[in-house]
Design a protein around this ligand. Structure first.
Ligand code: KG4
Ligand code: ZN
Length: 360
């Protein structure tokens, strides 16, 4: 985990764990209690989506202030709903990166204070590792991975901040096969939705309206980029902008011409993004002999992405239920269980790392 201030301690005290996890990397204030990395005893998420929708995206200062206001009640609710006492807990886990600095700081400082006050070990978790380990949680869901997964596994992490193809040959071991060269796929959904005046967050809005549009009305060429498994989404975003401008200039407040075929543009854009994600992911799974493809992150909530990936892949494709695709603390608790068993503990000087990578 890069320059992570974590020390390795052998022989963890038990194999059965109950971990309180805290996640505040972006715009969700979340806490959860996870048993053995598998069972969700509680999962509380206070979303700020409605507040940020007014700004058309996450407003960092507002996000950190909201975290400050909600973190204590969210943690208390997670403990209460899990029906555990502080004495039942083995550790406190917290996301320390990547994410918005002001948001991460709230979670990390609260986690440190609680760990110190309650005499519990602290475990720092990479947010992306959380998305990976969301697949180990045992919860109801139609696309859930089976109890036992066989390595190597291929993860496509697609969110507002990330688009990465990660190969996992063993627990806590990652190889980055490729990532986006520019915008993250979720970011592209959000920007195109803003351009088409559909609102925030863009992914669900585009997915909904695209159902009524023709995905072949506009042909967006696949990007030509270096790197066999690298992605690029800024070209398709600019192509949508050009198409909109063909119908008339964009007004000062962002207004677009009434003739703009919004549904067709949304459907064609979504088709282009999915085509790229699916093509590269399946090629990577084939090349590295992955036993399964696992989708994680907010964009994996997209039903067409799931459907196309599943129908074209040569290995099974899994995705967590919607509430585990978007940001939550349950996934942080699942990852923390494996780190706890491996003996990882954070030092008291654990600091946030807004640009933390899963693989250096
Ligand atoms: O993982 P996430 O909740 O937060 C980050 O860590 O970024 O992902 C949020 C992103 C947003 O960009 C949102 O537009 C996108 O996930 N998203 C979707 C869908 N639902 C959420 N993108 C495409 N289709 C969806 N149904
Ligand atoms: Zn995320």
């Amino acid at each position: 985990m890069g320059a992570v201030p974590q020390s390795k301690i052998e022989n963890p005290k038990s194999k059965m764990t109950r971990i309180l996890a805290i996640e505040t990397s972006c715009d969700e204030t979340a806490a959860a209690v996870i048993k053995d990395g598998r069972q969700v005893l509680s999962n509380v998420v206070a979303t700020q989506i409605e507040i940020h929708a007014k700004y058309g995206g996450v407003f960092p200062e507002v996000a950190s202030r909201m975290h400050v206001e909600t973190i204590v009640p969210v943690v208390s609710e997670a403990i209460e709903k899990a029906e555990v006492t502080w004495n039942d807990l083995d550790a406190i886990a917290v996301t320390y990166g990547p994410g918005l600095p002001g948001s991460l700081l709230v979670g990390v400082n609260v986690a440190k204070g609680l760990a110190l006050g309650r005499g519990l070990p602290l475990i720092g978790i990479n947010h992306l590792e959380g998305h990976v380990y969301s697949h180990w949680l045992r919860v109801p869901g139609d696309g859930m991975a089976p109890d036992e997964l066989k390595f190597p596994l291929l993860f496509l992490i697609v969110s507002g901040g990330h688009t990465e193809l990660i190969l996992m040959r063993d627990h806590l071991t990652y190889e980055k096969l490729g990532a986006t060269a520019d915008d993250a796929s979720g970011e592209a959904f959000d920007k195109v939705a803003r351009l088409l005046r559909l609102g925030y967050p863009g992914g669900p809005k585009i997915e909904k309206i695209a159902v009524e549009g023709n995905p072949h009305a506009f042909k967006f060429a696949r990007p030509k980029i270096d790197g066999e498994f690298a992605f690029s989404f800024s070209g398709i975003k600019t192509a949508v902008l050009r198409a909109v401008q063909n119908y008339g200039p964009i007004g000062p407040g962002g207004s677009i011409a009434a003739k703009v075929p919004i549904k067709d543009l949304a459907a064609s854009f979504q088709h282009g993004v999915i085509d790229q994600l699916v093509g590269k992911t399946i090629a990577a799974a084939d090349k590295f002999g992955a036993t399964a493809i696992l989708l994680s992150g907010g964009v994996s909530a997209n039903k067409l992405l799931r459907y196309v990936m599943k129908s074209k892949a040569h290995v099974p494709v899994y995705w967590p239920p919607l509430w585990l695709c978007t940001d939550n603390a349950a996934m942080i608790g699942a990852a923390a269980h494996f780190r706890y068993l491996a003996g990882h503990r954070a030092d008291w000087n654990l600091d946030i790392d807004p640009n933390l990578k899963l693989v250096d």
